[in-house]
Design a protein around this ligand. Structure first.
Ligand code: GLA
Length: 695
């Protein structure tokens, strides 16, 4: 049992392996947050719902740490819920009604408004092994008139009182996504969000809170994420009373959902986690939770892929692709992916999106001959699509100009010469579904790279009733999830990649349907170290697609080592590589296959941050601790400044480990306590060190 209910105190305790999370009903009937942190011994250890400290000039009815913080009464912090009832009442007064425990890991606590026929149901799921709690809110209109939902969060998180709170989050932009940022919080609100329609490049829906002293290995870290691929918002609010509340969920910006009688509305799932051993453990728990529970793996590793985009750009045709496929197969590539340019009038990015039929000039007999060739070469075949988009210069747009978001009296702003299709519309959703279904059933496709290369603008839907206009933000994402869910079900063996002009759609919502993420269009290995670091704070390495590309940037080896830290892809122009380079590529791919299970599914330890002036070191250990893989990178070498000795983590102290690269055999205890010296004394040099347990 992971959920305990104490009737006399009306308190619930959710218990994971190391953590307790408690909530209870106070004398006013409100559902108060009581505790979140290391496991306690018994019910007498937890605060009572009426023990809340009252501050000067605050009413006990006002200062509150409610689990969802409905807006109403004397409450002023960021609300978890804000509504307007049909009688124009703009106030929620939610009191406890009943609860239900489902199985041994799910709790639903139901609250109802004191005078309106309106209820909300707080769902909690305990992820015992990883000290994570999943939450979402279900709202039901039990009255006879519509209710306007104006703000819906999935969770309000309350934290213990610390003398300092430090926020860690992931920010950036195209080609520099997911940079780790940290700041000490002062009173006021810090908002990270997307208003772009999709998850976005600028912030990722993940955050962590600690006292400012936590590091990779030590310290209490609280963290959370929103599983949503549209307009999301996380408000981190330090109150004048030095307490901290985080509201996480849907963005209320331009949001309005009219909830009809007898209908319900469900918030995105939010997760909250706790680590007593720094950011490292927090990340590892997230990684395993994702692999086991969000998108349980197909028991297969993500294959080594070749993507021909960089080699041919839009100039794809059967002959050239076949020839690249032959070269890729000879290198040990397992999946051949053809990117943009295979369809419609797609000769550049000005036309063709929406015309999802094979371009017969480029592929006279369709895709079948190429796919057959790729299969005969022993590889799987993958394809690029961007179904949410349309070029105005396309048959689809000429036929259905009303299918895109627009306002009748406004210009339709183009970006990359394209507009966004309105997935809230049933006909558009059906068109995309039929198109994908036809493509995937007609062709032997094992991998889909689903791209999205612009944000929303002029988000109008003139044909819909006015009361529904602001629902587009949610309906688009729901439509997208529905399409992916149906495709996942129908094609369970197909690997799906979420891409959005680089890393613009990486989140736990799309991860339910996506096996991997395109993390960034920036494949410069040095830049990528930092992007990947931020990525691994929140997401697992198996889903981290990384390419080796052409370019003068860094040595061949350095570029390979960087890309081998996730799901390896090759995107160099194989026609231009020398024999020597082809040989090296073959060897790196072979080496990757020997370690890919450890990299993709093992425990990841960030041993030296690329944000340091020296370099970066990341280690992976497989579950049975028989293989450890260390990637080390040097930034600019400064005379006589050496990389510090690196102490490995997560090994069996009793085990003997052999490294061919270093030609040493040492015990796990020695590798972890004495460490190893990594001699990288050249600018942008790198080393891959594999340790294999010998007994
Ligand atoms: C986006 C992707 C690239 C490539 C192009 C194709 O920019 O991030 O990898 O697929 O689109 O147009």
């Amino acid at each position: 049992m992971k959920i305990y209910y104490y009737e006399d105190q009306k308190t619930w305790v959710l218990s994971t392996q190391n953590v307790d999370y408690a909530l209870g009903v106070d004398r006013f009937g409100r559902l108060q947050h009581l505790y979140w942190g290391k496991s306690l011994k018994g019910i007498h250890d937890f605060p009572k719902a009426d023990d809340l400290r009252v501050y000067c000039f605050e009413s006990p009815k006002g200062y509150s740490r409610e689990e969802i913080m409905p807006w109403g009464g004397l409450k002023y912090t960021e609300p978890g819920l804000k509504v307007t009832f049909a009688n124009h009442t703009r106030d929620l007064d939610l009191v406890y009604d009943h609860f239900q425990i489902i199985g041994d890991a799910e709790l639903v606590v139901s609250l109802k408004d004191k005078s309106q026929l309106f209820s909300i149901h707080l769902h909690y799921r305990v992820i015992e092994n990883y000290d994570i709690i999943e939450r979402y809110v279900e709202i039901r209109n039990e009255g006879t008139m519509p209710v306007k939902l104006e703000q819906v969060m999935g969770a309000i998180w309350h934290f213990p009182v610390f003398s300092d709170y430090r926020l860690t989050y992931l920010a950036g932009h195209w080609a520099a996504e997911l940079q780790v940022r940290q700041e000490l919080l002062q009173e006021g609100k810090k908002v990270i969000e997307s208003r772009h329609g999709s998850t976005g490049h600028y912030f990722n829906p993940w955050f962590a809170i600690d006292t400012g002293t936590g590091n990779e290995e030590y310290g209490e870290i609280y963290y959370g994420a929103v599983a949503f691929s549209g307009n999301w918002k996380i408000v981190i609010e330090k109150t004048p009373f030095q307490t901290l509340q985080v509201a996480a969920g849907l963005n209320d910006f331009d949001f309005l959902w009219e909830l009809e009688p007898s209908q319900s509305f469900t918030s995105p799932v939010c997760i909250g986690g706790y680590s007593d051993c720094g950011f490292g453990k927090a990340s590892r728990n997230m990684h395993h939770y994702q692999q086991e529970l969000i998108r349980p793996s197909l028991n297969e590793l993500n294959p080594v892929l070749y993507n021909s985009w960089n080699a041919t750009i839009f100039d794809v045709n059967e002959k050239d692709q076949k020839s690249l496929a032959e070269k890729a197969a000879a290198l040990g590539v397992e999946l051949f992916v053809i990117d943009d340019g295979w369809f419609g009038q797609r000769y550049d990015d000005k036309a063709g999106l929406g015309n999802w039929y094979v371009n017969r000039e480029k592929f006279p007999d369709g895709l079948a001959p190429l796919i057959k060739h790729v299969r005969e070469l022993g590889m799987k075949f993958g394809i690029w699509v961007e179904p949410e988009m349309v070029n105005p210069d396309s048959d689809l747009y000429r036929k259905h100009p009303d299918w895109v978001y627009h306002f009748p009296d406004r210009e339709r702003s183009e970006f990359r010469n394209q507009l966004v299709l309105n997935l809230g519309r049933e006909d558009v959703k059906q068109f995309i579904l039929d198109m994908m279904d036809e493509l995937m059933s007609d062709n032997d496709i094992s991998f889909v790279k689903w791209d999205m290369n612009r944000y929303f603008s002029e988000p109008g839907w003139p044909e819909a009733p006015a009361s529904k206009h602001k629902e587009v933000w949610i309906r688009h994402v729901e439509g997208l999830y529905e399409i992916w869910r149906i495709l996942n079900e129908k094609y369970p063996k197909v690997t799906f990649e979420s891409c959005s002009g680089g890393g613009g759609r990486i989140d736990l919502g799309i991860m339910r349907y996506a096996d991997q993420f395109w993390v960034s269009d920036n494949c410069n290995a040095f830049d990528r170290l930092q992007i990947n670091e931020g990525y691994t704070y929140a997401y697992h390495a198996k889903a981290m697609a990384s390419w080796v590309v052409d370019g003068p940037w860094k040595s061949f080896k350095y570029r390979f080592h960087c890309a081998m830290m996730g799901a390896l892809g090759i995107a160099m122009n194989l026609n231009k590589l020398t024999e020597e380079e082809l040989d090296a590529t073959r060897q790196f791919i072979q080496q990757y296959k020997e370690i890919s299970a450890t990299v993709q599914e093992g425990d990841l330890y960030r041993l030296l941050s690329p944000r340091s002036s020296m370099g970066a070191v990341v280690q992976y250990v497989n579950k049975v601790k028989t293989q450890a893989v260390v990637f080390a990178f040097r930034h600019i070498y400064q005379l006589s400044l050496y990389l510090p000795p690196i102490r490995l983590k997560g090994l069996d102290p009793e085990g003997e480990y052999f490294s061919e690269t270093l030609n040493i055999t040492r015990s796990g205890a020695s590798l972890m306590n004495r460490g190893i010296e990594i001699k990288l004394n050249e600018n942008f040099s790198s080393q891959l060190i594999v340790f294999q347990m010998s007994h």
